[in-house]
Design a binder for this molecule. Sequence first.
Ligand SMILES: Nc1nc2c(c(=O)[nH]1)N[C@H]1C(S)=C(S)[C@@H](COP(=O)(O)OP(=O)(O)OC[C@H]3O[C@@H](n4cnc5c(N)ncnc54)[C@H](O)[C@@H]3O)O[C@H]1N2
Ligand code: MOO
Length: 401
Amino acid sequence: MPTFEEARATILDHVTVLGSESVPVLAAVGRVLAADVEAPWDMPLWDNSAMDGYAVRAADTTAAAGLRIAGYIPAGSHSSDVVAAGTAAKILTGAPLPPGADAVVPVEDTDARDGSVLVRQPVRPGAHVRRKGEDIRASETILRAGTVIGPSEVSLLASFSRLSIPVVRRPRVAILSTGDELVEAGGALAPGKIYDSNALAVAAAVLQLGGEPVQLGIARDDRASLRALLVEGLRADALVTSAGVSMGDRDLVREVLHELSVRQIFWKVDIKPGRPTAFAVHGSKPVFSLPGNPVSTLVTFEQFVRPALLKMMGHRTVLRPVVRAVFQEDFPRKPGRVSFLRVRLERRNGGLLAWTSGNQDTGILKTMLQADGIAVIPADWGSVGAGDLVDVQMLRGGVEA
Ligand SMILES: Nc1nc2c(c(=O)[nH]1)N[C@H]1C(S)=C(S)[C@@H](COP(=O)(O)OP(=O)(O)OC[C@H]3O[C@@H](n4cnc5c(N)ncnc54)[C@H](O)[C@@H]3O)O[C@H]1N2
Ligand code: MOO
């Protein structure tokens, strides 16, 4: 049976980055650039003023002489009139520097009167001038493949009028619930039946990381039903099933997958919850069989499916940030397997404190809702005590304002 780390590493070894597609820049937000982007031209395109003021010859400003105002260049216009010795041109921020000028004097450092301007302090050549190409040079690589597209990247692309870019495809993730007890949410319940919450929970998790969920519905605990839906699911980029993988005599998922030539890589991981998790591949497509208890489904998705899908989408950062926190209670446990504890976090005096969010049974969904993170307790630890330092995977970013 693989350890937690072995299982996660094995999964990541078996998945590869999907192909790419060209999409509009706004549709690319949060997605991963699939090819380097080069600057088509210099940025700025030409020398221009960084201030509202006067374009001058720096040499003219050494004597406190008045310069005749010989032109006006607002943003959006340009002038090819040379700024001759003893003259200045009024200029606004962003406007191209006129020929002859080599510096800009901000308006607040001048006194203008009767068509001429007095510069109070000498300025050096280049003062308040944004040089052609000072930000970016033509043909420079401005974005590297692997970059996650956000507002700064979009700003850069828009400044070059680049409206579409190649990004890694979003995985289509087929989702299958299994079990005779399940009824699709919205349907009528009968004795012994419960609503299928896992399918929507997994779909939500897939959406949250940028994938495209494909709902297959519910397979019954018989071979024919499972087979039909699993075949359909294997057409997607990845398949996630829930339930039907433990010891019950009706836990048929792995058997039917095997009949469909899906190669099992492992079954069962040394973790709690989530031990019956299975991982298999169909060609290069990953197939995750998660345990059915809704908390186990969410926790194992988080630990195994999320990093794999992020890798398929080209992300290099596939794991949650981990923080160290001081545990605030006693949690009895025996050494053996890694435990995932749902914890609340609080920042006090610059340090992080962690409490369990309540009952840790896998039948208790409420404590998943109340968790800020998942504390990962190493396999060889015994009981966790107040004061112990624990590593916590952050499920939500940011802090309350
Ligand atoms: N003899 C053993 N029994 C069990 C073991 C074991 O090692 N030996 N492991 C237990 C653990 S741990 C888990 S987790 C479950 C996992 O079993 P399955 O993945 O086969 O899932 P089921 O038994 O079908 O269901 C478990 C539980 O979850 C509910 N469920 C299932 N699917 C959904 C869904 N889509 N939406 C909402 N709830 C769902 C189901 O009704 C059960 O209550 O096995 C233990 N047993
Ligand atoms: O995997 Mo079970 O996941 O411990 O509830």
